[in-house]
Every structure is written in structure tokens, then in C-alpha cells.
Design a protein around this ligand. Structure first.
Ligand code: GDP
Length: 363
């Protein structure tokens, strides 16, 4: 699951990205050894893993992870090839969602590209580049559909929708802000428009505003985000960078001293999970306790396929128990079985967050 970090220059992207990378470097169990320099991996905090680890006395724990791509270099004119424009737009195409870092801190020492702090104008500058790039895609699509319409009148509906989107984008609004029926949304999703990608706005604030999570800039970002149905998280990239250097228990003390409830990275991960509609299921045993990420609505064989393609191909059934139910039995699977709490689920079972699963399969 990949998210791309975008934002104007000097808003704190690299600071935040470096914090992610450093925190990720400590995630010793990350299963891949080579990570590209522009990719940062963070583990998804999950208390359940810690508890299961103790119950099973497991040799290893593996947390779910999310990958963040640093898509720096998006500037005004990117859609026209300014800077390394098109390359960056290409990178955005590959991610499932966007984290848009917005400068919400005053600091006379840090130059703003436009000379003044204005979160909305910053957001619009970036969004406009995505919208302009989408307009080109739409124009080509409209031309093609207009041509094909002569042989296939049923394309009229599609053409009308394409024109409606083009008109909407023409007003400087992102496709994600459009009111669409389910059927229309499905169609628009397949167009792979950049401005249709889900977004989290990360309001980067000064150290002083981090605890209160409030200032005039944040309010502006929240209003804007609401208008297009997007989420906002408040982070202080500088604090995150400092925290990335600390051990876990030091982090907790540090946050307490600052009067902050939750680290920005944790907020970012949670918001990403919510935005992408993800859940975690768990596997637990003595060799390993592990969390796996799937999209909500995934059926048991699909979940099995996360672990190994053979598990999916040869799927028979999944012994399943909700984490809470397992804990009611002190984490003892045998007791849970005696009480009939372990269910045998088949191919149509839709996996739930916190399901502890054991797959049975043919080889
Ligand atoms: P990028 O160009 O968006 O990657 O921005 P950088 O991460 O390089 O940050 C630009 C400057 O802003 C650096 O000097 C950072 O130290 C500073 N900066 C980043 N985040 C914060 C913050 O939360 N508060 C303050 N005061 N400065 C920050």
C-alpha cells in the first residue's frame, strides 16, 4: 500500500519524510531488505501484536507496514513539464493516495516560495497542476468517445459524464469533490485521474501549535478539506524528526512533556488506514505473530493470498476467532475451541479487523 507525499517546496516534506524513514529504519522486521531512497516504510502501531507476542511467547513479531513515497519537486507549471513536472505526476499516478503537506507555520527563517504563508493558495497551486494534467487526459478521452459515438450511440452517457467532469475541473475543482452516483464513481475511478485520488492534508505546524492542534492556518485547511470530503491531520514535522531519534519509552515521555496526545506519524498511519479503507487480520503462533493488511471487504481466500499465493489457490477454510474473544480465553486457542468460539469460515467469509486466522489449504 503506497502513499505519495506531495507539497510545495519548503513546507516540511523532507523533514516529515526523513522522520518516517528514520522511524522505519528501526522497524527491524520489515520483510524487504532493499528500500529505494525515496521510499519510507512505517509500521502500523498495533497493541494486539504485543499482547499476542506475550501470550504465544513468539520468536518474532511482524507489524503491518505502509509505504510512503517522497514525491518532491511538484511546482507551479509541473503539468506543462516545468521542473521535473511530468515525472512527478507519473509518480502520483502510481500511489493509492496522496499525503499533501501544507505549511501552517510561521518562520521568518524559512522562505516561502510565494513570499507569504497562505495554505489555501498553496493547496490550490498543487491541486491545479493535478487538475490540468487530468484535463489533458479528459480531452483525449472526450475526442475518442466523440469519434466512437458515431458507431455506438450507447456511449452518449459516458460522453456526457466526461464533459461534466471536464467542466467541473475547469472550475478549478478536484474530481474527488464531485457528486457522483455509485456507477459514475466506478467509471471515474477507472479514468485514473490524479485529482480523484484520495487525499489527507497534513497541516504542518510550529512546535508551539502542535499540542493545541489549532491556529488560523489549520482552520483554513480544515474548511477547504471539508469542501471536498478530505481528512486533515495536524503534524509538526520538526517534532517528528526529533522523535524519530528516540526509543519508544522516551517517545512517550517526550510527547507527554509537549502535551501532545499522539505522534504525527501514528496519526498519519491511522488516517491512511481509514482513507484507504484498510483493516488488519492477525496470524499467531510460536514462530511468529503478525499483522496483515487487507482492504475492508476482502474474503478469506484473498486474505490467505496475502500470506502466500498457494494458500489462496488451495484454500479450504479458515479457522477464525476475533481477537477479543481469544483474549477472553486468556489467548488460549484450545480453550476457545472447547467453548466453540473458533469458527470455521469458508470462501465467502468477509474478513474483519482483528480476526485471528489460521488457514487450511491443499497443496
Ligand atoms: P520541503 O522543501 O517541503 O521538503 O521542506 P523541508 O522539510 O526541507 O523544510 C523546509 C524548512 O522548514 C527547513 O528548514 C525545516 O527545518 C523547516 N521546517 C519544517 N517543518 C517545520 C516545522 O514544523 N516548524 C518549523 N518552525 N520549521 C519547520
Amino acid at each position: 500500500m503506497k502513499l505519495g507525499i506531495v507539497g510545495l517546496p519548503n513546507v516540511g516534506k523532507s523533514t516529515l519524510f526523513n522522520a518516517i524513514t528514520r522511524a522505519g529504519a528501526e522497524a527491524a522486521n520489515y520483510p524487504f531488505c532493499t528500500i529505494e531512497p525515496n521510499v519510507g516504510v512505517v509500521t502500523v502501531p498495533d497493541e494486539r501484536i504485543k499482547v499476542l507476542h506475550e501470550v504465544y511467547n513468539s520468536k518474532k513479531t511482524v507489524y503491518a507496514t505502509i509505504e510512503f513515497y517522497d514525491i518532491a519537486g511538484l511546482v507551479k507549471g509541473a503539468s506543462k513539464g516545468e521542473g521535473l513536472g511530468n515525472k512527478f505526476l507519473g509518480h502520483i499516478r502510481e500511489v493509492a493516495a496522496i499525503v499533501h503537506v501544507v505549511r501552517c507555520f510561521d518562520d521568518a527563517n524559512v522562505v516561502h516560495v510565494d513570499g507569504k504563508i497562505n495554505p489555501i493558495s498553496d493547496i490550490e497551486t498543487i491541486n491545479t497542476e493535478l487538475i490540468l494534467s487530468d484535463m489533458e487526459v479528459l480531452e483525449r478521452r472526450i475526442q475518442k468517445t466523440t469519434k466512437n459515438l458515431k458507431g455506438d450511440r450507447s456511449l452518449q452517457k459516458e460522453l456526457d459524464l466526461l464533459k461534466r467532469i471536464a467542466e467541473f475541473l475547469g472550475e478549478g475543482k478536484s474530481a474527488r469533490a464531485m457528486d457522483l452516483t455509485e456507477e459514475e464513481a466506478e467509471f471515474v475511478k477507472n479514468l485514473e485521474l490524479l485529482s480523484y485520488k484520495p487525499v489527507i492534508y497534513a497541516a504542518n505546524v510550529s512546535e508551539d501549535d502542535a499540542a493545541a492542534e489549532d491556529n488560523e492556518y489549520i482552520r483554513q485547511v480544515r474548511d477547504f478539506a471539508r469542501s471536498e470530503g478530505s481528512d486533515v491531520i495536524v503534524v509538526c514535522a520538526k517534532i517528528e524528526a526529533e522523535m524519530a531519534e528516540l526509543e519508544d519509552d522516551e517517545k512517550i515521555m517526550f510527547l507527554e512533556e509537549m502535551g501532545i496526545n499522539e505522534s504525527g506519524l501514528d496519526k498519519l498511519v491511522k488516517a491512511s488506514y481509514k482513507l484507504l479503507d484498510l483493516i488488519s487480520f492477525l496470524t499467531a503462533g510460536e514462530p511468529e505473530v503478525r499483522a496483515w493488511t487487507v482492504k475492508r471487504g476482502t474474503k478469506a481466500p484473498g486474505a490467505a493470498g496475502k500470506i502466500h499465493t498457494d494458500f489462496e489457490k488451495g484454500f479450504i477454510r479458515a479457522e477464525t476467532i476475533a481477537y477479543d474473544k481469544l483474549m477472553e480465553c486468556g489467548g488460549n486457542l484450545a480453550t476457545a475451541k472447547e467453548k466453540g468460539l473458533v469458527r470455521s469460515e469458508g470462501k465467502e467469509y468477509i474478513v474483519k479487523d482483528g480476526d485471528v486466522m489460521h488457514f487450511l489449504f491443499n497443496v
